[in-house]
Design a protein around this ligand. Sequence first.
Ligand SMILES: Cc1cc2nc3c(=O)[nH]c(=O)nc-3n(C[C@H](O)[C@H](O)[C@H](O)COP(=O)(O)OP(=O)(O)OC[C@H]3O[C@@H](n4cnc5c(N)ncnc54)[C@H](O)[C@@H]3O)c2cc1C
Length: 563
Amino acid sequence: MSVLHPPTQETAAARSGITTFGPDFPFAYDDWLHHPAGLGRLPPERLGQEVAIIGGGIAGVTAAYELMKLGCKPVLYEAGRLGGRLRSQPFEGDSGIIAELGGMRFPRSSVCFYHYLDLVGLSTRPFPNPLDPATPSTLIDLEGDQVYVEGDRDLPRALREISDAWRDALEENADFSDIQSAIRTRDVPKLKALWNRLVPLWDERTFYDFVASSRAFQKHPFRHREIFGQVGFGTGGWDSDFPNSMLEILRVALTNLDEDQRMVVGGVEQLPRRLWSHAPGGCVHWPAGTSLSTLHQGSPRPGARRIARTPEGRLAVTDRWGGTATYDAVLVTCQSWLLTTAIDTDEALLSQKMWMALDRTRYMQSSKTFVMVDRPFWRDRDPATGRYAMSMTLTDRITRGTYLFDEGEGRPASICLSYSWMGDALKVLPLPVDERVALMLRALGRVYPGLDIASHIIGDPITVSWESDPNFLGAFKGALPGHYRYNHRMYGHFMQAGMPPGERGIFLAGDGISWTPAWAEGAIQTALNAVWGIVRHLGGASAAGNAGPGDLYREIGPIGLPE
Ligand SMILES: Cc1cc2nc3c(=O)[nH]c(=O)nc-3n(C[C@H](O)[C@H](O)[C@H](O)COP(=O)(O)OP(=O)(O)OC[C@H]3O[C@@H](n4cnc5c(N)ncnc54)[C@H](O)[C@@H]3O)c2cc1C
């Protein structure tokens, strides 16, 4: 059977609908993970071999977990907190209420993410997105005008027109239904033919260009584009992405990343933490009960400060306290700019073209501010209007997106007063938490005159600006027009057979390396690529009957564009 017709077409995921299968690299990660033969095997002399992993976010922890199962000894370095951008911050006290400061809504199409979620026994519930059936009500407040929608009913005409225009634009310029059908049936040749045609067409054009130049939107006034930018369809706030390369937006739409999103009960940070302490059955080499935690005496190594090549050709990692250890393979999963700032990285370890890609990678800013409240008071009806007292709110004011998290009557609840990106996040960057809360309450006071949100606040507020954290320098990648080649270089770097020896052994994974930044699924898929690359680098191979991403990369990998 040709690898272009892999036996994946019959999987449950493929039958049930759209998954994160491609479009750039339509490799069935879910089938690879579920295959009883496992992800590969190492030569006996490599068992117990140490591999350095820099960064304990979901990419680093996943790679470490899978490498441990194969008999490696991952040595994980973490500069801050395990979990990285999957950070669930508890409010002060013991209410159990948390603020999801990074990833918070996880589309069902994320096959690898849900594989690991199931593995560690975490459950999910619908995320209260705008206009979602699970959201009691949504209020859209633009230029002082308000639209109120209960559940997903009664969409006003303008919103229906915008939703239709978006669908029509996707059909008109991006073969939307055909590509989704190829994803659904895992028809690799068809998917590659359709997607590869779009890559050169849309790499250098922006999301805004796609919308504004489409016949579907040109039928409508400018106002429709403005509303679309505020409301989007799915998560809202799409105008922050208007300058991004359209390819990035197409990937989100085509793989349903913006749909059917769920939140993790108790907080998503439990996922990397549970993987850290999970003792998988059937580890090669390691005794029963071994986990990443037991291999590390409970705690990761300190942050990495230097990566260099030793005269013997090994890779030396120096931690923040000066301790140095050498390895044959190092996986870097932290934000790529850190390789030129916080970590003194031997320039010769990567080609100049790779440095260009890593340094030109563009990161978006993002800020969130949360408060805990005594009860879900938004469920009260306003006697004058009959509406809910407060709604999931999208607005052009500084708050941008306000989300309501209801834990049931009789329990405290939480509000994400503001989730914003780019310029809106920069507006609050220098402000301390109290000033941010005051600013957001003032803006919401204009949307809900007469509603005293402040009187419900209990506990301490929580805020984050990812760009001000030295271990992140931004929230997530947002590729600009013309960045396809950079992404292609970074994503394909795990294929090291043809590289000069001096550039082999250092691997890259994580959100910035992925084709679908801002989605944990993409970070995990790059970690799995790195696992394949490291096994190969150590002289190992894929398990019989279970071809890995690198085995199929040459055949079905992303299309290259001329340099
Ligand atoms: C505001 C926000 C909202 C998001 N929303 C969603 C969402 O709703 N759904 C979704 O699926 N995804 C979302 N994401 C994206 C998701 O959180 C990321 O894709 C994912 O968590 C990235 O994991 P990672 O392992 O690649 O990187 P990280 O989580 O950043 O992990 C890298 C780790 O490296 C560490 N590090 C840094 N420097 C060093 C050093 N010198 N030495 C050692 N360690 C170091 C960092 O502390 C960090 O823990 C969101 C992200 C943000 C920021």
